[in-house]
Design a binder for this molecule. Structure first.
Ligand code: HXC
Length: 522
Protein backbone atom coordinates (compact mmCIF):
# COMPACT_ATOMS: atom_id res chain seq x y z
CA UNK A 1 0.00 0.00 0.00
CA UNK A 2 1.44 3.37 -1.02
CA UNK A 3 1.79 6.33 1.31
CA UNK A 4 -0.96 8.32 -0.40
CA UNK A 5 -3.42 5.50 -0.02
CA UNK A 6 -2.62 5.12 3.71
CA UNK A 7 -3.14 8.86 4.28
CA UNK A 8 -6.47 8.69 2.50
CA UNK A 9 -7.63 5.72 4.57
CA UNK A 10 -6.56 7.37 7.82
CA UNK A 11 -8.42 10.50 6.78
CA UNK A 12 -11.55 8.48 6.07
CA UNK A 13 -11.23 6.68 9.36
CA UNK A 14 -10.80 10.05 11.06
CA UNK A 15 -14.00 11.34 9.47
CA UNK A 16 -15.82 8.20 10.50
CA UNK A 17 -14.58 8.49 14.11
CA UNK A 18 -15.64 12.12 14.22
CA UNK A 19 -19.11 11.42 12.89
CA UNK A 20 -19.50 8.48 15.23
CA UNK A 21 -18.37 10.52 18.25
CA UNK A 22 -20.92 13.21 17.40
CA UNK A 23 -23.70 10.66 17.30
CA UNK A 24 -22.51 8.96 20.48
CA UNK A 25 -22.73 12.31 22.30
CA UNK A 26 -26.50 12.29 21.71
CA UNK A 27 -27.96 15.80 21.85
CA UNK A 28 -24.93 17.20 23.69
CA UNK A 29 -23.84 18.05 27.21
CA UNK A 30 -26.65 20.46 28.04
CA UNK A 31 -29.38 17.94 27.23
CA UNK A 32 -27.50 15.15 29.00
CA UNK A 33 -27.27 17.36 32.10
CA UNK A 34 -31.01 18.03 31.90
CA UNK A 35 -31.68 14.31 31.72
CA UNK A 36 -29.52 13.71 34.81
CA UNK A 37 -31.26 16.54 36.66
CA UNK A 38 -34.52 14.68 36.13
CA UNK A 39 -32.95 11.73 37.98
CA UNK A 40 -32.67 9.73 34.76
CA UNK A 41 -29.73 8.06 33.07
CA UNK A 42 -29.26 8.66 29.35
CA UNK A 43 -30.17 5.96 26.86
CA UNK A 44 -26.48 5.15 26.36
CA UNK A 45 -25.81 4.92 30.07
CA UNK A 46 -28.81 2.63 30.33
CA UNK A 47 -27.68 0.16 27.64
CA UNK A 48 -24.14 0.15 29.00
CA UNK A 49 -25.40 -0.61 32.49
CA UNK A 50 -27.96 -3.14 31.31
CA UNK A 51 -25.74 -5.39 29.22
CA UNK A 52 -22.71 -7.35 30.39
CA UNK A 53 -19.76 -4.91 30.27
CA UNK A 54 -18.55 -4.20 26.76
CA UNK A 55 -21.01 -6.59 25.13
CA UNK A 56 -23.44 -4.09 23.57
CA UNK A 57 -23.30 -4.03 19.78
CA UNK A 58 -25.09 -1.02 18.30
CA UNK A 59 -27.11 -1.36 15.10
CA UNK A 60 -27.94 1.43 12.61
CA UNK A 61 -26.26 4.26 14.52
CA UNK A 62 -26.11 6.36 11.34
CA UNK A 63 -29.82 6.27 10.50
CA UNK A 64 -31.29 9.76 9.92
CA UNK A 65 -34.84 10.99 9.62
CA UNK A 66 -35.91 12.24 6.20
CA UNK A 67 -38.73 14.56 7.15
CA UNK A 68 -38.68 18.19 6.01
CA UNK A 69 -41.93 19.36 7.52
CA UNK A 70 -42.28 21.93 10.31
CA UNK A 71 -38.58 22.78 10.40
CA UNK A 72 -37.41 19.18 10.77
CA UNK A 73 -35.34 19.46 7.58
CA UNK A 74 -32.76 21.55 9.44
CA UNK A 75 -32.91 19.54 12.68
CA UNK A 76 -30.24 16.96 13.49
CA UNK A 77 -31.56 14.14 15.66
CA UNK A 78 -28.59 11.93 16.58
CA UNK A 79 -29.31 8.25 15.85
CA UNK A 80 -32.86 9.51 15.25
CA UNK A 81 -33.48 9.41 18.99
CA UNK A 82 -33.17 5.69 19.64
CA UNK A 83 -30.27 3.36 20.36
CA UNK A 84 -30.80 -0.15 19.04
CA UNK A 85 -28.73 -3.29 19.14
CA UNK A 86 -27.96 -6.43 21.06
CA UNK A 87 -25.65 -7.63 23.76
CA UNK A 88 -25.32 -10.23 26.48
CA UNK A 89 -27.14 -10.50 29.79
CA UNK A 90 -25.35 -12.96 32.06
CA UNK A 91 -23.77 -14.36 28.91
CA UNK A 92 -27.04 -14.76 26.95
CA UNK A 93 -27.95 -12.67 23.89
CA UNK A 94 -30.78 -10.14 24.24
CA UNK A 95 -31.95 -7.49 21.71
CA UNK A 96 -32.94 -4.01 22.84
CA UNK A 97 -34.05 -0.52 21.86
CA UNK A 98 -33.49 2.46 24.19
CA UNK A 99 -35.16 5.77 23.38
CA UNK A 100 -32.95 8.81 23.83
CA UNK A 101 -35.00 11.59 25.42
CA UNK A 102 -32.17 14.08 24.90
CA UNK A 103 -32.74 13.91 21.11
CA UNK A 104 -36.11 15.42 20.11
CA UNK A 105 -37.61 14.04 23.30
CA UNK A 106 -37.08 10.47 22.10
CA UNK A 107 -40.08 11.09 19.84
CA UNK A 108 -40.90 8.29 17.43
CA UNK A 109 -40.77 9.13 13.74
CA UNK A 110 -40.55 6.94 10.66
CA UNK A 111 -36.82 6.08 10.80
CA UNK A 112 -36.75 5.84 14.61
CA UNK A 113 -39.49 3.22 14.30
CA UNK A 114 -37.72 1.37 11.50
CA UNK A 115 -34.64 1.02 13.70
CA UNK A 116 -36.83 -0.58 16.36
CA UNK A 117 -38.48 -2.84 13.77
CA UNK A 118 -35.01 -3.98 12.66
CA UNK A 119 -33.91 -5.18 16.11
CA UNK A 120 -37.30 -6.70 16.80
CA UNK A 121 -37.05 -8.61 13.52
CA UNK A 122 -33.55 -9.74 14.46
CA UNK A 123 -34.77 -10.87 17.89
CA UNK A 124 -37.62 -12.82 16.28
CA UNK A 125 -35.47 -14.59 13.72
CA UNK A 126 -32.65 -15.19 16.20
CA UNK A 127 -35.26 -16.35 18.79
CA UNK A 128 -33.94 -14.17 21.60
CA UNK A 129 -35.70 -11.87 24.10
CA UNK A 130 -36.47 -8.26 23.20
CA UNK A 131 -36.27 -5.43 25.74
CA UNK A 132 -37.54 -1.90 25.13
CA UNK A 133 -36.33 0.97 27.33
CA UNK A 134 -38.94 3.69 26.73
CA UNK A 135 -38.39 7.39 27.35
CA UNK A 136 -40.30 9.37 24.75
CA UNK A 137 -42.68 12.21 24.06
CA UNK A 138 -44.60 9.83 21.77
CA UNK A 139 -45.34 10.12 18.07
CA UNK A 140 -43.04 12.73 16.44
CA UNK A 141 -45.66 15.35 15.87
CA UNK A 142 -43.94 17.06 12.89
CA UNK A 143 -43.73 13.82 10.90
CA UNK A 144 -47.44 13.01 10.98
CA UNK A 145 -48.77 9.68 9.80
CA UNK A 146 -45.40 7.91 9.26
CA UNK A 147 -45.03 8.07 13.05
CA UNK A 148 -48.31 6.25 13.41
CA UNK A 149 -47.18 3.69 10.87
CA UNK A 150 -44.09 3.30 13.06
CA UNK A 151 -46.15 2.45 16.11
CA UNK A 152 -48.38 0.13 14.11
CA UNK A 153 -45.34 -1.83 12.94
CA UNK A 154 -44.14 -2.20 16.52
CA UNK A 155 -47.56 -3.37 17.76
CA UNK A 156 -47.65 -5.90 14.92
CA UNK A 157 -44.23 -7.28 15.81
CA UNK A 158 -45.11 -7.32 19.53
CA UNK A 159 -48.10 -9.47 18.65
CA UNK A 160 -46.32 -11.77 16.20
CA UNK A 161 -43.62 -12.32 18.83
CA UNK A 162 -46.08 -12.90 21.68
CA UNK A 163 -45.53 -16.33 23.18
CA UNK A 164 -42.53 -16.84 20.87
CA UNK A 165 -39.85 -14.69 22.52
CA UNK A 166 -40.07 -12.98 25.92
CA UNK A 167 -40.76 -9.25 25.48
CA UNK A 168 -40.11 -6.75 28.25
CA UNK A 169 -40.73 -3.00 28.45
CA UNK A 170 -39.24 -0.55 30.93
CA UNK A 171 -41.00 2.79 31.21
CA UNK A 172 -38.20 5.20 32.15
CA UNK A 173 -39.81 8.54 31.27
CA UNK A 174 -43.02 9.70 29.61
CA UNK A 175 -45.28 7.34 27.66
CA UNK A 176 -48.50 8.92 26.47
CA UNK A 177 -51.30 8.23 24.01
CA UNK A 178 -51.15 5.20 21.74
CA UNK A 179 -47.49 4.80 22.70
CA UNK A 180 -48.69 2.94 25.81
CA UNK A 181 -49.86 0.02 23.70
CA UNK A 182 -46.53 -1.50 22.83
CA UNK A 183 -45.73 -1.88 26.54
CA UNK A 184 -49.18 -3.32 27.13
CA UNK A 185 -48.64 -5.87 24.37
CA UNK A 186 -45.35 -7.06 25.87
CA UNK A 187 -45.15 -9.68 28.60
CA UNK A 188 -43.72 -7.53 31.38
CA UNK A 189 -43.89 -3.82 32.17
CA UNK A 190 -41.37 -2.24 34.54
CA UNK A 191 -41.74 1.38 35.66
CA UNK A 192 -39.38 3.70 37.50
CA UNK A 193 -40.95 5.55 40.42
CA UNK A 194 -41.13 9.36 40.17
CA UNK A 195 -39.57 9.65 36.69
CA UNK A 196 -41.99 7.62 34.57
CA UNK A 197 -45.68 7.80 33.71
CA UNK A 198 -48.10 6.14 31.31
CA UNK A 199 -51.53 7.25 30.24
CA UNK A 200 -53.79 7.43 27.22
CA UNK A 201 -54.77 11.05 27.86
CA UNK A 202 -52.86 13.40 30.15
CA UNK A 203 -54.05 15.63 33.00
CA UNK A 204 -54.74 18.63 30.72
CA UNK A 205 -57.01 16.72 28.37
CA UNK A 206 -58.77 15.06 31.29
CA UNK A 207 -59.43 18.45 32.87
CA UNK A 208 -60.75 19.89 29.60
CA UNK A 209 -62.97 16.93 28.76
CA UNK A 210 -64.38 15.76 32.09
CA UNK A 211 -63.27 18.47 34.51
CA UNK A 212 -61.27 16.08 36.69
CA UNK A 213 -58.00 17.35 38.20
CA UNK A 214 -55.16 14.88 38.68
CA UNK A 215 -51.36 15.02 38.69
CA UNK A 216 -49.18 13.12 36.19
CA UNK A 217 -48.00 10.82 38.94
CA UNK A 218 -51.41 10.08 40.44
CA UNK A 219 -52.83 9.48 37.00
CA UNK A 220 -50.15 7.24 35.55
CA UNK A 221 -47.08 6.96 37.80
CA UNK A 222 -45.43 3.70 38.79
CA UNK A 223 -47.28 3.39 42.09
CA UNK A 224 -50.63 3.98 40.43
CA UNK A 225 -50.09 1.31 37.80
CA UNK A 226 -48.53 -1.10 40.29
CA UNK A 227 -51.38 -0.83 42.81
CA UNK A 228 -54.53 0.29 40.97
CA UNK A 229 -54.53 -0.72 37.31
CA UNK A 230 -52.09 -3.64 37.31
CA UNK A 231 -50.56 -2.30 34.07
CA UNK A 232 -47.14 -2.26 35.79
CA UNK A 233 -45.69 -5.57 36.98
CA UNK A 234 -42.62 -4.12 38.71
CA UNK A 235 -42.45 -0.61 40.23
CA UNK A 236 -38.75 0.12 40.68
CA UNK A 237 -36.83 2.73 42.68
CA UNK A 238 -34.43 4.07 40.05
CA UNK A 239 -33.08 3.43 36.56
CA UNK A 240 -30.35 1.27 38.09
CA UNK A 241 -32.85 -0.77 40.12
CA UNK A 242 -35.09 -1.17 37.08
CA UNK A 243 -32.31 -2.48 34.84
CA UNK A 244 -31.03 -4.85 37.54
CA UNK A 245 -34.53 -6.28 38.02
CA UNK A 246 -34.97 -6.88 34.28
CA UNK A 247 -31.71 -8.81 34.32
CA UNK A 248 -33.05 -10.90 37.19
CA UNK A 249 -36.31 -11.58 35.38
CA UNK A 250 -34.41 -12.69 32.28
CA UNK A 251 -32.50 -15.20 34.40
CA UNK A 252 -35.79 -17.13 34.88
CA UNK A 253 -36.79 -17.09 31.21
CA UNK A 254 -35.77 -19.16 28.20
CA UNK A 255 -34.58 -17.37 25.05
CA UNK A 256 -37.74 -18.41 23.22
CA UNK A 257 -40.57 -20.91 23.42
CA UNK A 258 -38.29 -23.37 21.58
CA UNK A 259 -35.32 -22.95 23.92
CA UNK A 260 -34.49 -24.86 27.10
CA UNK A 261 -35.23 -23.28 30.48
CA UNK A 262 -32.18 -21.72 32.14
CA UNK A 263 -31.19 -23.98 35.02
CA UNK A 264 -29.37 -22.22 37.86
CA UNK A 265 -26.52 -24.00 39.65
CA UNK A 266 -27.74 -25.99 42.68
CA UNK A 267 -28.06 -23.96 45.87
CA UNK A 268 -30.51 -26.05 47.85
CA UNK A 269 -31.08 -29.67 48.76
CA UNK A 270 -33.69 -31.94 47.12
CA UNK A 271 -34.32 -33.59 50.50
CA UNK A 272 -34.81 -30.44 52.54
CA UNK A 273 -37.80 -30.72 54.88
CA UNK A 274 -39.87 -27.66 55.73
CA UNK A 275 -40.81 -28.28 59.39
CA UNK A 276 -42.10 -24.71 59.73
CA UNK A 277 -44.99 -25.64 57.42
CA UNK A 278 -46.37 -28.21 59.89
CA UNK A 279 -47.40 -25.33 62.15
CA UNK A 280 -48.38 -22.69 59.62
CA UNK A 281 -52.13 -23.35 59.36
CA UNK A 282 -53.95 -21.54 62.21
CA UNK A 283 -56.25 -23.50 64.56
CA UNK A 284 -59.34 -21.61 63.49
CA UNK A 285 -60.31 -22.00 59.87
CA UNK A 286 -61.12 -18.33 59.32
CA UNK A 287 -57.73 -17.11 60.63
CA UNK A 288 -55.29 -15.68 58.12
CA UNK A 289 -51.72 -16.71 57.38
CA UNK A 290 -49.29 -15.54 54.74
CA UNK A 291 -49.10 -17.93 51.80
CA UNK A 292 -45.82 -16.31 50.78
CA UNK A 293 -44.20 -18.08 53.74
CA UNK A 294 -45.29 -21.40 52.23
CA UNK A 295 -43.91 -20.49 48.81
CA UNK A 296 -40.62 -19.25 50.25
CA UNK A 297 -40.24 -22.46 52.27
CA UNK A 298 -40.52 -24.54 49.13
CA UNK A 299 -38.33 -22.34 46.87
CA UNK A 300 -34.57 -22.85 46.48
CA UNK A 301 -32.95 -20.65 49.12
CA UNK A 302 -36.35 -19.07 49.92
CA UNK A 303 -35.96 -16.78 46.89
CA UNK A 304 -39.03 -15.47 45.05
CA UNK A 305 -39.20 -13.03 42.14
CA UNK A 306 -42.69 -11.62 42.29
CA UNK A 307 -44.50 -9.60 39.62
CA UNK A 308 -47.63 -7.65 40.60
CA UNK A 309 -46.57 -7.66 44.23
CA UNK A 310 -48.81 -4.73 45.07
CA UNK A 311 -51.86 -5.52 42.92
CA UNK A 312 -54.59 -8.10 43.68
CA UNK A 313 -52.71 -9.22 46.76
CA UNK A 314 -55.27 -11.95 47.46
CA UNK A 315 -53.56 -13.84 44.63
CA UNK A 316 -49.79 -14.33 44.56
CA UNK A 317 -47.97 -15.08 41.33
CA UNK A 318 -44.23 -15.50 41.47
CA UNK A 319 -41.24 -17.12 39.89
CA UNK A 320 -39.16 -19.42 42.06
CA UNK A 321 -36.57 -22.05 41.37
CA UNK A 322 -36.74 -25.65 42.48
CA UNK A 323 -33.42 -27.45 42.13
CA UNK A 324 -32.44 -24.62 39.80
CA UNK A 325 -35.46 -25.09 37.50
CA UNK A 326 -37.66 -21.99 37.01
CA UNK A 327 -41.21 -22.61 38.24
CA UNK A 328 -44.27 -20.33 38.09
CA UNK A 329 -46.24 -20.29 41.33
CA UNK A 330 -49.89 -19.25 41.58
CA UNK A 331 -51.37 -19.10 45.07
CA UNK A 332 -54.34 -17.68 46.94
CA UNK A 333 -53.18 -15.57 49.86
CA UNK A 334 -55.51 -15.85 52.87
CA UNK A 335 -53.73 -12.82 54.34
CA UNK A 336 -55.67 -10.54 51.97
CA UNK A 337 -59.47 -10.81 51.65
CA UNK A 338 -59.23 -14.44 52.77
CA UNK A 339 -57.61 -15.27 49.41
CA UNK A 340 -60.94 -14.85 47.62
CA UNK A 341 -61.11 -14.97 43.81
CA UNK A 342 -62.18 -11.68 42.27
CA UNK A 343 -61.84 -9.95 38.91
CA UNK A 344 -58.30 -8.69 39.45
CA UNK A 345 -57.01 -11.91 41.01
CA UNK A 346 -58.42 -13.91 38.08
CA UNK A 347 -56.81 -11.60 35.51
CA UNK A 348 -53.49 -11.59 37.35
CA UNK A 349 -53.28 -15.37 37.62
CA UNK A 350 -54.58 -16.07 34.11
CA UNK A 351 -52.01 -13.89 32.38
CA UNK A 352 -49.19 -15.38 34.46
CA UNK A 353 -50.32 -18.94 33.74
CA UNK A 354 -50.46 -18.24 30.00
CA UNK A 355 -46.99 -16.66 30.05
CA UNK A 356 -45.50 -19.64 31.89
CA UNK A 357 -47.23 -22.13 29.63
CA UNK A 358 -46.09 -20.30 26.49
CA UNK A 359 -42.47 -20.54 27.66
CA UNK A 360 -42.62 -24.07 29.11
CA UNK A 361 -42.28 -23.01 32.73
CA UNK A 362 -43.97 -25.60 35.02
CA UNK A 363 -46.89 -24.41 37.16
CA UNK A 364 -47.15 -24.95 40.89
CA UNK A 365 -50.44 -23.95 42.53
CA UNK A 366 -51.14 -23.49 46.23
CA UNK A 367 -54.84 -23.42 46.96
CA UNK A 368 -56.60 -21.93 49.99
CA UNK A 369 -59.69 -20.26 48.60
CA UNK A 370 -63.13 -19.63 50.13
CA UNK A 371 -64.77 -19.00 46.73
CA UNK A 372 -65.59 -16.10 44.43
CA UNK A 373 -66.13 -12.63 45.85
CA UNK A 374 -69.87 -11.93 46.13
CA UNK A 375 -71.53 -8.56 45.47
CA UNK A 376 -72.80 -6.22 42.79
CA UNK A 377 -69.37 -4.65 42.38
CA UNK A 378 -67.85 -7.93 41.26
CA UNK A 379 -70.85 -9.10 39.25
CA UNK A 380 -71.06 -5.82 37.35
CA UNK A 381 -67.29 -5.79 36.85
CA UNK A 382 -67.73 -9.11 35.03
CA UNK A 383 -66.49 -11.72 37.49
CA UNK A 384 -68.25 -14.28 35.29
CA UNK A 385 -66.04 -13.70 32.26
CA UNK A 386 -62.92 -12.75 34.23
CA UNK A 387 -63.23 -15.86 36.42
CA UNK A 388 -63.67 -17.93 33.25
CA UNK A 389 -60.21 -16.79 32.10
CA UNK A 390 -58.68 -18.68 34.97
CA UNK A 391 -60.48 -21.90 34.05
CA UNK A 392 -59.41 -21.40 30.45
CA UNK A 393 -55.78 -20.58 31.23
CA UNK A 394 -55.29 -23.61 33.49
CA UNK A 395 -57.14 -25.95 31.13
CA UNK A 396 -55.18 -24.94 28.04
CA UNK A 397 -51.79 -25.10 29.82
CA UNK A 398 -49.84 -28.21 28.86
CA UNK A 399 -46.78 -27.70 31.08
CA UNK A 400 -46.41 -29.83 34.23
CA UNK A 401 -49.15 -28.72 36.64
CA UNK A 402 -48.79 -29.54 40.33
CA UNK A 403 -51.33 -28.46 42.94
CA UNK A 404 -51.09 -28.34 46.73
CA UNK A 405 -54.29 -27.77 48.72
CA UNK A 406 -53.29 -26.27 52.05
CA UNK A 407 -56.70 -25.51 53.53
CA UNK A 408 -60.02 -24.32 52.05
CA UNK A 409 -60.83 -25.40 48.55
CA UNK A 410 -64.47 -24.65 48.02
CA UNK A 411 -66.91 -24.79 45.16
CA UNK A 412 -66.13 -23.30 41.75
CA UNK A 413 -62.94 -21.83 43.15
CA UNK A 414 -61.77 -25.37 44.01
CA UNK A 415 -62.18 -26.31 40.36
CA UNK A 416 -60.49 -23.09 39.19
CA UNK A 417 -57.33 -23.42 41.30
CA UNK A 418 -55.82 -26.08 39.05
CA UNK A 419 -57.90 -29.00 40.23
CA UNK A 420 -57.48 -32.39 38.65
CA UNK A 421 -60.53 -31.59 36.52
CA UNK A 422 -58.61 -28.81 34.71
CA UNK A 423 -55.76 -31.17 33.98
CA UNK A 424 -53.50 -30.97 37.04
CA UNK A 425 -50.97 -33.77 36.79
CA UNK A 426 -50.74 -34.28 40.53
CA UNK A 427 -52.83 -32.84 43.35
CA UNK A 428 -51.59 -33.05 46.92
CA UNK A 429 -53.45 -32.03 50.05
CA UNK A 430 -52.26 -31.25 53.52
CA UNK A 431 -54.23 -32.90 56.37
CA UNK A 432 -55.71 -29.44 57.02
CA UNK A 433 -57.38 -29.37 53.57
CA UNK A 434 -61.13 -28.80 53.37
CA UNK A 435 -62.51 -29.76 49.97
CA UNK A 436 -66.22 -29.07 49.71
CA UNK A 437 -68.91 -27.29 47.75
CA UNK A 438 -68.88 -24.56 50.36
CA UNK A 439 -67.99 -23.81 54.00
CA UNK A 440 -69.87 -25.87 56.62
CA UNK A 441 -71.82 -22.95 58.16
CA UNK A 442 -73.09 -21.70 54.82
CA UNK A 443 -73.89 -25.21 53.62
CA UNK A 444 -75.95 -26.09 56.73
CA UNK A 445 -77.84 -22.79 56.61
CA UNK A 446 -79.03 -23.78 53.14
CA UNK A 447 -79.64 -27.50 53.31
CA UNK A 448 -80.99 -27.58 56.92
CA UNK A 449 -82.80 -24.24 57.01
CA UNK A 450 -86.15 -25.76 57.97
CA UNK A 451 -84.72 -28.23 60.53
CA UNK A 452 -82.71 -25.48 62.26
CA UNK A 453 -85.73 -23.12 62.40
CA UNK A 454 -88.01 -25.88 63.79
CA UNK A 455 -85.56 -27.08 66.48
CA UNK A 456 -86.19 -26.14 70.13
CA UNK A 457 -82.55 -25.00 70.32
CA UNK A 458 -81.73 -23.64 66.80
CA UNK A 459 -78.14 -22.63 67.67
CA UNK A 460 -77.37 -26.03 69.18
CA UNK A 461 -78.98 -27.81 66.24
CA UNK A 462 -76.97 -25.74 63.78
CA UNK A 463 -73.71 -26.49 65.64
CA UNK A 464 -74.48 -30.21 65.57
CA UNK A 465 -75.26 -30.18 61.85
CA UNK A 466 -72.17 -28.09 61.07
CA UNK A 467 -70.02 -30.61 62.93
CA UNK A 468 -71.45 -33.47 60.94
CA UNK A 469 -70.92 -31.61 57.63
CA UNK A 470 -67.35 -30.86 58.64
CA UNK A 471 -66.71 -34.50 59.48
CA UNK A 472 -68.00 -35.47 56.05
CA UNK A 473 -66.39 -32.83 53.85
CA UNK A 474 -64.00 -30.49 55.67
CA UNK A 475 -61.03 -32.78 55.25
CA UNK A 476 -59.08 -34.22 52.34
CA UNK A 477 -60.25 -37.82 52.83
CA UNK A 478 -63.54 -37.71 50.95
CA UNK A 479 -61.84 -36.22 47.86
CA UNK A 480 -58.88 -38.62 48.25
CA UNK A 481 -61.32 -41.53 48.43
CA UNK A 482 -62.66 -40.49 45.04
CA UNK A 483 -59.15 -40.20 43.57
CA UNK A 484 -59.54 -36.44 43.13
CA UNK A 485 -56.29 -35.89 44.95
CA UNK A 486 -53.31 -38.13 44.50
CA UNK A 487 -51.75 -37.86 47.91
CA UNK A 488 -52.18 -36.47 51.39
CA UNK A 489 -48.81 -35.27 52.65
CA UNK A 490 -47.31 -33.78 55.77
CA UNK A 491 -46.69 -30.10 55.11
CA UNK A 492 -42.99 -30.53 55.92
CA UNK A 493 -42.65 -32.90 52.95
CA UNK A 494 -44.02 -30.41 50.41
CA UNK A 495 -40.71 -29.33 48.87
CA UNK A 496 -39.37 -32.87 48.66
CA UNK A 497 -42.50 -34.01 46.81
CA UNK A 498 -42.35 -31.06 44.42
CA UNK A 499 -38.71 -31.80 43.61
CA UNK A 500 -39.57 -35.42 42.79
CA UNK A 501 -42.65 -34.49 40.76
CA UNK A 502 -40.87 -31.86 38.67
CA UNK A 503 -38.22 -34.42 37.88
CA UNK A 504 -40.83 -37.08 37.00
CA UNK A 505 -42.86 -34.71 34.82
CA UNK A 506 -39.92 -33.10 33.06
CA UNK A 507 -40.64 -34.66 29.67
CA UNK A 508 -44.41 -34.28 29.87
CA UNK A 509 -46.08 -33.88 26.49
CA UNK A 510 -49.73 -33.23 25.89
CA UNK A 511 -51.24 -32.95 22.43
CA UNK A 512 -54.32 -30.78 21.91
CA UNK A 513 -56.97 -30.71 19.18
CA UNK A 514 -55.72 -29.24 15.89
CA UNK A 515 -57.20 -25.75 15.50
CA UNK A 516 -56.16 -22.17 14.82
CA UNK A 517 -56.17 -20.86 18.39
CA UNK A 518 -58.30 -20.85 21.52
CA UNK A 519 -60.78 -18.08 22.18
CA UNK A 520 -60.11 -17.15 25.79
CA UNK A 521 -62.95 -15.05 27.29
CA UNK A 522 -61.18 -11.68 27.30
C1 HXC B 1 -41.79 15.93 18.59
C2 HXC B 1 -41.26 16.26 20.79
C3 HXC B 1 -42.34 15.43 21.20
C4 HXC B 1 -43.14 14.86 20.18
C5 HXC B 1 -41.33 16.11 22.96
N1 HXC B 1 -40.68 16.65 21.91
N2 HXC B 1 -42.36 15.38 22.54
N3 HXC B 1 -40.98 16.49 19.50
N4 HXC B 1 -42.82 15.14 18.90
N5 HXC B 1 -44.15 14.06 20.47
C6 HXC B 1 -39.51 17.51 21.93
C7 HXC B 1 -39.81 18.89 22.45
O1 HXC B 1 -40.30 19.70 21.42
C8 HXC B 1 -38.44 19.33 22.93
O2 HXC B 1 -37.69 19.67 21.81
C9 HXC B 1 -37.85 18.05 23.49
O3 HXC B 1 -38.59 16.98 22.87
C10 HXC B 1 -38.00 17.90 24.98
O4 HXC B 1 -39.36 18.13 25.31
P1 HXC B 1 -39.80 19.12 26.49
O5 HXC B 1 -41.25 19.40 26.28
O6 HXC B 1 -38.84 20.25 26.55
O7 HXC B 1 -39.55 18.18 27.74
P2 HXC B 1 -40.38 18.12 29.10
O8 HXC B 1 -40.65 19.49 29.60
O9 HXC B 1 -39.61 17.18 29.97
O10 HXC B 1 -41.79 17.45 28.72
C11 HXC B 1 -41.82 16.15 28.25
C12 HXC B 1 -43.22 15.83 27.70
C13 HXC B 1 -43.63 16.92 26.67
C14 HXC B 1 -44.22 15.79 28.87
C15 HXC B 1 -43.17 14.46 27.08
O11 HXC B 1 -42.57 17.08 25.71
C16 HXC B 1 -44.87 16.59 25.93
O12 HXC B 1 -46.00 16.77 26.42
N6 HXC B 1 -44.71 16.14 24.67
C17 HXC B 1 -45.83 15.81 23.82
C18 HXC B 1 -46.46 14.58 24.28
C19 HXC B 1 -47.57 14.16 23.36
O13 HXC B 1 -48.67 14.70 23.40
N7 HXC B 1 -47.16 13.31 22.40
C20 HXC B 1 -48.05 12.85 21.38
C21 HXC B 1 -48.83 11.74 22.05
S1 HXC B 1 -49.90 11.03 20.96
P3 HXC B 1 -36.59 20.80 21.83
O14 HXC B 1 -36.16 20.91 20.42
O15 HXC B 1 -37.25 22.02 22.36
O16 HXC B 1 -35.50 20.29 22.74
C22 HXC B 1 -49.04 9.77 20.40
C23 HXC B 1 -49.82 9.00 19.43
C24 HXC B 1 -49.22 7.63 19.29
O17 HXC B 1 -47.97 9.54 20.74
C25 HXC B 1 -50.23 6.81 18.58
C26 HXC B 1 -49.75 5.42 18.41
C27 HXC B 1 -50.85 4.56 17.93
Amino acid sequence: MGNDQRVLTEEKIGIFEEKKAALMAMAGEKMVRKQHELGKLTARERVNLFFDPGSFQEVQLFVKHRSTLFGLGEKEIPADGVITGFGRINGRTVFAAAQDFTSAGGSLGEMHAKKIWKVMDMALSARKPFVSLNDSGGARIQEGVPSLEGYGGIFYRNTIGSGYIPQITAIMGPTAGGAVYSPALTDWVFMVKKSSFMYITGPDVIKAVIGEEVSHDDLGGANTHATKSGVCHFATESDEDCLAKIRTLLSYLPDSCHSPLPIAPGTDSPDRECPELDAIIPDRTNRAYDMKRVIAAVADGGVMFEPHELWAKNMVVTFIRVMGLPVGVIANNPKFNAGVLDVQASDKASRFIRFCDAFNIPLLTFSDVPGYMPGTHQEWAGIISHGAKLLHAYSEATVPKITVVTRKDYGGAYIAMCSKHLGADYVMAWPSAEIAVMGAEGACNIIYRKEIAAAPDPAGKRAELVRSYEEQFNNPYFAAGLGMIEEIIRPRDTRRRIVTLLEALRDKTEVRLPKKHNNIPL
